[in-house]
Design a protein around this ligand. Structure first.
Ligand code: BGC
Length: 756
């Protein structure tokens, strides 16, 4: 190409930048063609909007190229299916989608999941930093921590060469026995939605896409591929869907993953109501819907009802979005317009979040695991919940001569949750490895030993370990010790629920025996969610550490010794027994494979504490609960209504002797109007205060939280009347104070905006 021609092509490209119109792009293309030059890639102009860039590149694509964008592969060999991963995919990864290199559209490299860069089990797992479990991050009640964790795992994901992180799980906890609760954000739509939304935002701050999932009502693993979740639209919009809606608003995810189960009779990945109506039309979602791995069941219904991309070939029964989709388009069963919409939806977030402009590199970048470990540790330290602390047994004085550490492989490390979200530790798996040999196993412990971290802080003490498998031996050691740290756990994993809320493997009997032998017993729980504690009244202190992540041993020890004042609060109710639950027996348990069971969400939107409130039930520990080594006074509650919104202000004072953090919670309840339950969490603030210090804090209540959704008009209705605004430190706080405000009748659109 001659110099002159080059200039004219360049000039055209510049002209295009300023006019930013697809018309100009067309002109440029034709002129460039005439000039015999390669067409300028007008869509690479960063000054254009993602919409404009998407439209421009879409016009250049052939049908086969678009088909590639809507067809995803598993990123790991599946020999039992005769499947070999595409050579371009990343080893032991979740997914891969071909891009269109000739047009500068990169491949999509997809990694699981919410706590870090996971690896599918196999020979080439990668070591990465693991955050504490999702429910732990929800227990921080701290949006900054959630964002920081997301930003950190996103940076590792990119460094490994991924540009899509399959993170953003926000299935609210309807079912405390759900094996995946550890991946999610707890039972409240506001808390879960905000926390998970912030994690998504953090991940996407790395020029990548994060994936809100599992859309929707995948609230138990038992029969997850076949169950039918039944719920009415009104209850759905005020509970599970509200959590997803808030997470979507807060995080702006580039993709959404539809779930395995059926909802009101239709598979979630071919569910017109969920995908077309709620997600795309009502919420205005512009990104793409990908199926969960093995969740696509058809070509025409799936494409027409809103699925944009089939994932995880070879897990579906057929390559529905391969040749079958092409034929369906050619025969008019799926319109050209819908097909273009599918491709457009994949492309738009690639421009919006910078995947096109900042291509990932296949060469793994160096990662500062030390710094990232500290990000994880901070998250864990903010998340650990002090549930009981009699006679200030904690923080632990360093002068104990003999410290017993019992159970849960605390000599080796800390537990993690199992399944596709499994992050493998840096430097290879060390120490204990148990559980099932294949998916959802193995049961992995991260090599951050609580025992070693305790010993490092109590150099003068004799620290003795007992594995806790023999209650008598454990009790003997307890009797001979000055203080006992007993570690108990409940391993939970994708694809299996727990049969009940009791700790497995006779751990309850062991704790009871230990507590009988020594009243100075501190229990440290590592669980996926709520568990029962039959020994509670006999132990001195209890910490819920969840699955505490890469540096969990350090985090636990720092809390035990008071280097960190515990400030986590429960993001879910801990029931006193399974009989208190809406479904005392888990539906479908024990699982009969592929049974098409019906799960009826008869509790509607009264999930978690709302159910307990409604039924007047006293849980073991309420939602929002968490103690501190300090004490706090909440007061001076004022609430005013401005432009229809409730603004509450209040003071928080640290009345104790050490610095600490309190999670002040604002609940709202109608005086006359009828809701699904007496009250809802309306807002919260985590405040950090030195001993004796006080501050004022403010909370504005999302108007959807004082409204009731109306299906026929697709609006939220605020009923005229008085509403109680309460300030509390948990959902059943007897010391809560309240004021009353008056709200005028108002209507909000489907997204919670006031309708004039
Ligand atoms: C899980 C998803 C995960 C996908 C890819 C599925 O089994 O439900 O959460 O992202 O696998 O590994």
């Amino acid at each position: 190409m001659g110099f002159q021609k080059k200039i004219s092509v360049l000039a055209m490209a510049i002209a295009l930048t300023s006019t930013a119109s697809s018309f100009a792009a067309e002109e440029a293309k034709t002129d460039a063609k005439k000039a015999g030059a390669e067409a300028p890639k007008a869509w690479m102009n960063k000054k254009l909007t993602p919409e404009q860039r998407t439209d421009l590149v879409l016009k250049e694509m052939t049908m086969d190229e678009k088909l590639k964008l809507v067809f995803g592969y598993f990123g790991t060999d599946a020999p039992w299916k005769g499947f070999k991963r595409p050579v371009e995919s990343i080893t032991q990864s979740a997914g891969f989608v071909y891009g269109v290199p000739r047009l500068g559209i990169p491949n999509l490299w997809e990694a699981d999941a919410g706590v870090g860069v996971a690896s599918q089990g196999g020979p080439d797992v990668r070591g990465a930093t693991a955050l504490p479990s999702g429910i732990a991050t929800a227990a921080t009640w701290d949006l900054k921590t959630a964002f920081a964790g997301g930003a950190m795992i996103g940076s590792e994901s990119r460094a490994f060469g991924f540009n899509v992180q399959l993170a953003g799980g926000v299935n609210i906890m309807r079912e405390p026995r759900n094996g995946r609760n550890f991946e999610y954000g707890g039972e409240d739509p506001l808390l879960a939605g905000l926390i998970v939304g912030e994690q998504i935002r953090g991940i996407q701050s790395n020029h990548m896409v994060s994936t809100l999932k599992h859309y929707a009502f995948n609230n138990q693993e038992t029969n997850r591929f076949s169950l039918n979740a039944n719920i009415d639209d009104k209850s759905a919009r005020m509970s599970d869907l509200l959590a997803l809606q808030i997470a979507k608003e807060q995080g702006n995810p580039g993709s959404v993953m539809c779930s395995y189960n059926r909802v009101n009779g239709h598979y979630a990945c071919e569910n017109d109501y969920l995908l077309n109506e709620v997600l795309k039309k009502d919420w205005g979602f512009k990104g793409w819907v990908m199926s969960d791995w093995g969740a696509t069941h058809s070509t025409v219904p799936a494409a027409n009802n809103g699925l944009d991309q089939q994932s995880g070939i070879p897990f579906d029964a057929s390559e529905y979005f391969g040749a079958a989709l092409k034929e369906a388009i050619q025969n008019g069963w799926v319109s050209e317009e819908r097909f273009n919409d599918m491709a457009r939806r994949v492309l738009h977030p690639m421009f919006e979040f910078g995947l096109v402009d900042n291509p990932v590199s296949p060469n793994v970048k160096s990662i500062d695991f030390k710094t990232n470990g500290l990000v994880s540790q901070k998250d864990s330290e903010e998340s650990i919940v002090l549930l009981k602390n009699d006679a200030n047994l904690l923080p632990m004085a360093k002068f104990y001569k003999k410290i017993a550490v019992i159970g849960s492989h605390a000599d080796v490390g800390v537990l993690s949750g199992g399944g596709s979200s499994q992050v493998y530790p840096v430097g290879g798996v060390a120490g204990y490895r148990g559980g099932p040999a294949v998916f959802p196993g193995p049961m992995l412990y991260y090599p951050s030993s609580p025992m070693k971290a305790v010993q490092a802080r109590a150099l003068e003490s004799k620290v003795t370990y007992n594995d806790g498998t023999d209650a008598k031996a454990a009790a003997k050691l307890a009797a001979e010790s000055d203080i006992v740290l007993v570690f108990v756990n409940q391993w939970t994993a994708e694809s299996v629920d727990v049969p009940n809320l009791s700790l497995p493997d006779n751990q309850d009997e062991m704790v009871a025996a230990v507590a009988k032998a020594n009243s100075k017993t501190v229990v440290v729980l590592q669980t996926g969610g709520p568990v029962l504690m039959p020994w509670l009244s006999n132990v001195g202190a209890v910490l819920e550490a969840w699955y505490p992540g890469s540096n969990g041993g350090e985090a636990i020890a720092r809390v035990l010794f008071g280097e960190v004042n515990p400030s986590g609060h429960l993001p879910a109710t801990f029931p006193a027994s399974e009989s208190q639950l809406p479904r005392p027996v888990l539906d479908g348990y024990p699982e009969v494979k592929d049974a098409r069971i019906e799960v009826n969400y008869k509790e509607g939107a009264a999930v978690g504490y709302k159910w307990f409130d409604l039924k007047g039930l006293k849980p073991l520990f309420p939602f929002g609960y968490g103690l501190s080594y300090s004490e706090f006074a909440l007061g001076d509650l004022k609430a005013e209504v401005k432009n229809g919104l409730i603004n509450a202000s209040f003071s928080v004072k640290n009345t104790g002797g050490v610095a600490g953090k309190e999670v002040a919670q604002v609940y709202v309840s109608p005086v006359t109007a009828q809701w699904e339950s007496p009250k809802r969490l309306g807002g919260f603030q985590k405040v950090d205060l030195k001993a004796g210090a006080s501050t004022t804090a403010k909370v504005t209540v999302d108007p959807r939280l004082v409204a009731v959704y109306e299906t026929a008009s697709k609006t939220w209705k605020i009923a005229e009347g008085d509403y109680k605004v309460s300030l509390a430190s948990h959902a059943m706080d007897a010391k809560a104070t309240s004021v009353t405000v008056h709200l005028s009748a108002a209507t909000l659109d489907v997204n919670g905006k006031f309708v004039k």
